[in-house]
Ligand binder design. Structure first.
Ligand SMILES: [Zn+2]
Length: 105
């Protein structure tokens, strides 16, 4: 049998209630078997999900493909930044080498 407070218990579990409501629910769950069980179930589910998450790894072939594509992406970015940086450096040295810039201050 589901308690009328079960929705609030779930909200409490998800940290979606204020401190006053949280205290109310904690008190309620202490003497309500349904809500006490619900909280334990939610805790268990969360613990199970967290424990099992690291085991859901991508298969080696997919990981290798992603790594290759990331490498390719990084190569493009590296090439792009080299061709981009050169004119900027030239422009900087151009202005820096001028004893009296046109716009000072
Ligand atoms: Zn209850």
């Amino acid at each position: 049998v589901q308690c009328a407070e079960s929705l609030r218990v779930q909200a409490y579990f998800d940290n979606e209630v204020d401190a006053v409501t949280a205290a109310e629910i904690e008190r309620h769950a202490e003497h309500c078997a349904a809500c006490g069980t619900l909280l334990r179930d939610l805790e268990l589910t969360r613990a199970t999900i967290r424990r099992d998450l690291p085991h859901h790894r991508a298969p080696p072939a997919l990981r290798a493909r992603i790594a290759r594509e990331l490498d390719a992406e990084m190569a493009v970015v590296a090439r792009g930044s080299r061709t981009w940086r050169r004119p900027v450096e030239r422009a900087w040295s151009f202005w820096a080498s001028r004893p009296q810039p046109l716009h000072s201050g």
